[in-house]
Design a protein around this ligand. Structure first.
Ligand code: FAD
Ligand code: NAG
Ligand code: NAG
Ligand code: NAG
Ligand code: NAG
Ligand code: NAG
Ligand code: NAG
Length: 499
């Protein structure tokens, strides 16, 4: 095996970075690793698959990939990298989209073969390994009569999402993914392997749930599971013209109304609602459309009460059905093989966590999209302005001080997603960048008096740390203290780093 290309090798030497070859790693380490481990680089046909990224703007530089066969391999690789002064980075599905990942140059520790899911004998929890993704976990558990909290998209890693929180369709019932975590097996920066739970390294247990990327590699974790509930979920997708923006957002705000005492009145059986502003010239040549998707834990008849205000808004088209829970993601276009989940593009992303929607702000965002259809039509079909909402009862009933996740009162997640064509000119890239910043600024200005939040799993990587880890200084201080204790040389610094 050899290092990718002569050009790449020269570049590494030019920057004075140690060039790493699979042959060298194999020689040094191969004998110690499990026999199902594979070691390869860009000269291998496996490389493209193993470095697939949803957002290519966030691409780390991957010299060598070690696809581990067993959990115990991870610690050996970390120790080896420390000895040789090589950077290492865990990889699962490549959905991380923060630009801070592009600062990485070194060995990828690929976890995809760590995909075991083991229900515990008491039926209250499951151990999952560090490389599982939501879709297979949902299908496996459902067939055995269970569900667990996961992200809403089947393609995303369960641990990756949990480390930063993990918002999804069951959070009203069971909280975020991080709220379901009971314990974790973690490899620390120095290669030691520890158990993290409420009584063992409890300080790290606090930090791993919300700021986990900064502290270790999770080889497996135990999460709570629950009886699966109704045998089908109802889904309904609507497409509206932009004429109905006010009605749509008024109905969404009513759906999520919060009482004065803080009680969330969102129907707990609502799985999620997520809406997009998007451009489809065949439907409306001059204006963006509003596409909105709902999932409901139960029958069409029960869902009808929740959906009535939306049914009253005249739609271009609707699509609905009743499916077992593991098929809901695909019905909402975020199944493992659906384009929104699996494609690989350069994407400019910004995000804002909101408590409610400001109709003036949404109208401004819609109007600026409409203006761009006229002025920069090449950008319009590639741009998605995303609004997500979930019930939050089991998110807000937790003491916010009990974990590092800082933003329990953000009932809505938003994302500006500006995809860049492969041939996008510098000028188009700049226009898209301006647009991405404009939209996030409108969202944040729509909640005057509230500091901007950028959910760490959606962040662009350009925000200040307070927007990822919380505006309370005690949170940042505590995380920095734990960094000094558990990762003093800052090995875990590539995903929205606290330092
Ligand atoms: C299409 C799409 C849909 C999404 N949907 C949701 C959603 O519904 N809810 C939600 O909350 N978030 C969602 N996200 C955000 C998602 O949670 C983050 O992108 C997350 O970082 C993805 O983790 P990954 O392991 O899949 O990706 P990767 O890029 O492989 O990993 C992301 C980061 O996590 C680290 N990491 C991964 N596995 C481990 C591990 N076992 N131990 C230690 N570190 C690890 C990696 O080193 C990397 O820094 C979505 C993202 C995309 C692109
Ligand atoms: C790989 O190692 C396992 C033990 O960990 C052993 O049972 C198996 O026979 C080995 N396989 C090969 C091909 O060497
Ligand atoms: C990589 O290959 C595996 C096995 O063929 C496949 O399951 C997986 O979806 C591929 N991943 C990507 C990102 O193409
Ligand atoms: C936490 O881990 C320790 C060490 O493995 C174990 O003894 C203890 O039972 C665990 N606690 C919980 C609550 O699981
Ligand atoms: C908030 O008010 C509602 C309606 O009056 C009530 O049902 C609920 O129990 C109250 N919640 C709290 C936390 O006080
Ligand atoms: C980019 O490619 C698309 C087709 O893939 C083409 O329609 C468009 O004109 C190209 N744009 C530029 C600026 O070359
Ligand atoms: C809504 O957004 C507008 C525009 O930023 C702002 O002026 C207004 O104060 C916001 N309204 C509320 C209720 O916050």
């Amino acid at each position: 095996m050899r290092l990718s290309t002569g050009l790449a090798a020269a570049a590494f030497l030019l920057h004075g970075v140690l060039a790493i070859s699979p042959a060298q790693v194999q020689h040094d380490l191969g004998g110690c690793l499990s026999n199902t481990t594979t070691i390869f680089d860009a000269s291998s046909t496996e490389y493209a698959n193993a470095t697939h990224r949803w957002d290519t703007l966030a691409s780390p530089k991957t010299q060598v990939i070690i696809e581990v066969g067993e959990e115990s391999d991870v610690a050996k690789i970390v120790k080896y990298c420390n000895k040789k002064g090589i950077n290492f980075l865990a990889y699962n599905t490549g959905h991380g989209s923060t630009v801070t990942l592009s600062r990485f140059d070194g060995i990828q520790i690929n976890l995809v073969n760590l995909n075991q899911v083991t229900i515990q004998p008491d039926g209250n929890s499951v151990w999952v390994q560090g490389g599982v993704r939501s879709g297979p976990v949902n299908r496996f558990l459902w067939d055995k009569g269970y569900v667990t909290a996961t992200g809403a998209c089947d393609c995303v890693g369960l641990v990756g999402a949990a480390l930063g929180g993990g918002r999804g369709r069951l959070q009203g019932q069971f909280g975020m993914v991080s709220d379901s975590v009971r314990q974790l097996n973690v490899v620390l920066a120095d290669g030691s392997q520890i158990r993290v739970n409420a009584s063992s390294h409890s300080d790290l247990f606090w930090a791993m749930r919300g700021a986990g990327h900064n502290f270790g590699i999770v080889t497996s974790m135990e999460v709570s599971i629950h009886p699966r509930g109704p045998s089908t979920w109802h889904y309904k997708n609507y497409l509206w013209t932009s004429d109905y923006l006010k009605q749509v957002f008024t109905a969404i705000n009513t759906l999520h109304a919060t009482l004065k005492n803080g009680t969330d009145t969102t129907p707990i059986n609502l799985g999620n609602e997520n809406g997009l502003f998007l451009y489809q010239s065949s439907v409306d040549a001059k204006r963006p459309l509003i596409s909105w998707q709902f999932s409901y834990r139960g029958s069409a008849a029960d869902a009808a009460k929740v959906l009535a205000p939306f049914d009253a808004i005249p739609a271009v088209s609707t699509d609905s059905g009743d499916v077992p829970y593991p098929e809901v993601a695909h019905a909402q276009n975020v199944g493992e093989d659906d384009i929104a989940c699996s494609s690989s593009l350069a994407r400019l992303i910004t995000t804002a966590g909101l408590s409610t929607y400001n109709l003036t702000a949404e109208q401004l965002i819609m109007d600026s999209f409409t203006k761009r259809i006229a002025e920069a039509p090449q950008l319009a079909p590639l741009t998605f302005i995303i609004h997500e909402g979930y019930p939050s009862q089991a998110v807000t009933d937790k003491n916010p001080a009990d974990s590092a996740f800082p933003f329990r009162a953000d009932f809505h997640l938003t994302q500006f997603q500006g995809n860049l064509a492969a041939n996008a000119s510098i000028q188009d890239q700049q226009l898209m960048l301006q647009w991405s910043n404009e939209v996030v600024n409108i969202w944040n200005a729509g909640e005057p008096g509230r500091l901007p939040d950028a959910y760490v799993n959606y962040a662009s990587g350009n925000e200040p740390v307070e927007q990822w880890y919380g505006h309370e200084t005690w949170r940042i201080d505590r995380l920095r203290g734990l960094k000094a204790k558990y990762d003093p040389t800052n090995q875990f610094r590539f995903y929205n780093p606290i330092i």
